[in-house]
Ligand binder design. Structure first.
Ligand code: PLP
Length: 399
């Protein structure tokens, strides 16, 4: 590591709040599926800023669209209409099949909005102010108080109690554990279609169908958090689209802006007409022209560059190559996931492997202590997968 890089890391640790144990590299620029640190070292990136940079780095068409919008108009208030927001809203409706959208600045904010919409919907029906929400153990929905309250990891919540209250936790893919918590106060059931941070656990089809059914019977709102698994990552624009069910409310963020901080929560017309109204919710930056120019270009490029087709073309190969590693090494116990959102499960902590890979120019990340997560840019090729596997394999051989 250069003296310059050491100096930057030192300065960072004196100035930034230490809320992350950061890897010891300072990143400088990106190109396609590669990142470069400030010493010029090249890394193959299988993290993409945690499922964000779907289009790959330095995408010319995307960058030009952003530059064009910067010279035109960066921000107006949500008290006025702007064309990029109108266009982005139409496009996201089209790809999601949802009817109404509210743009946010982040994933956590999208979850906050979704929870507020669900409570308001129930309040308008029965006037109660003690509604309950069912969430899943091992889920992750963000770090703000509402989102944290439905995050099924007590370790993240404990020091910040009390949470928003009236949240109950069930187990993913155990329908009975959900049904046993449903009562007349239940206003929503929230889950990730594929759990990300919690360890790459896809929700089962029958589980999603069972939740849809009880929600229909009791007019409870089904909220799907697609912030990590959405935007093409599983081979569908949104992961739930594989299952023939549809949520009442869904959240998206991460790859929606491909680097520009944006998010959104979307709902059906029924929820839109019976929940949040003028004065109930707002944001200064959410849906501003710059953010929406990013969303527009991302959604255009998904079509033009056949991003989802690429996911479906390369994901089976990634699964196959990861399975080969699983068969080769006893300490790898499982491989699971959907599309280009995969997890390799170890019988031991994976930090050492990830650090070794980093030294050899491969960026990987964990999901929990024992799982290596693979969430590469959606433009990767089979050759990129081969390169990744050969570096990873060489790290595993020395274990
Ligand atoms: C990352 C993530 C969030 C939080 O998004 P932020 O933009 O970090 O606030 C919420 N839900 C899921 C499933 C996520 O992966």
């Amino acid at each position: 590591m250069s003296e310059q890089m050491k100096k930057y890391i030192d300065e960072a640790e004196k100035a930034l709040l230490h809320t992350y144990n950061r890897y010891q590299i300072v990143l400088d620029k990106g190109e396609g599926v590669y990142l470069y640190d400030i010493d010029g070292k090249k890394y193959l990136d299988f993290v993409s800023g945690i499922a964000v940079f779907a289009l790959g780095y330095g995408n010319r068409k995307y960058n030009d669209a952003l530059k064009g919008q910067i010279d035109k108009l960066l921000h107006t208030s949500n008290y006025y209409y702007n064309v990029p927001a109108i266009e982005a809203a139409k496009k996201i409706k089209e790809v999601s099949g949802m009817d109404r959208v509210f743009f946010t600045n982040s994933g956590a904010e999208a979850v906050e909005g979704a929870l507020k919409a669900a409570r308001k919907y129930a309040y308008l029906k029965d006037g109660r102010t003690d509604h309950e929400i069912i969430a899943m153990n091992h889920s992750f929905h963000g770090r703000t108080f509402g989102a944290l309250s439905v995050t099924g990891n007590p370790h993240y919540r404990e020091a910040f109690e009390p949470m928003i209250g009236n949240i109950k936790f069930a187990d993913l893919n155990d329908l009975d554990s959900v049904l046993s918590l449903v009562n007349e106060k239940t206003c929503a059931i929230i889950l990730e279609t594929v759990q990300g941070e919690g360890g790459i656990f896809p929700a089962a089809k029958e589980f999603l169908e069972g939740i849809r059914k009880v929600c229909d019977e009791k007019d409870i709102l089904m909220i799907l958090d697609e912030i990590q698994c959405g935007m093409g990552r599983t081979g569908y624009m949104f992961a739930w689209q594989k299952y023939g069910i549809k949520p009442d409310i869904m959240t998206t963020a991460k790859a929606l802006g491909c680097g520009v901080p944006v998010g959104a929560f979307l709902m059906t017309e029924k929820v839109g007409q019976n929940s949040l109204v003028a004065g109930d919710h707002g944001t200064t930056y959410g849906g501003n022209p710059f953010a929406c120019a990013a969303i527009n270009k991302v959604l255009d490029l998904f079509k033009e560059d056949n991003i989802i087709e690429n996911v479906n073309a390369v994901a089976p190969y990634l699964e196959q190559r990861l399975d080969e590693l699983k068969d080769k090494y006893d300490f790898i116990t499982d491989r699971r996931g959907a599309g280009l959102m995969q997890g390799l499960v170890f019988d031991r902590p994976v930090a050492e492997v990830i650090n070794k890979a980093l030294e050899k120019g491969l960026i990987l990340i964990n999901a929990g202590t024992n799982i290596i997560r693979f969430v590469p840019p959606l433009v990767i090729t089979k050759e990129n997968i081969d390169d990744m596997i050969s570096i990873l394999d060489s790290c595993l051989e020395s274990i």
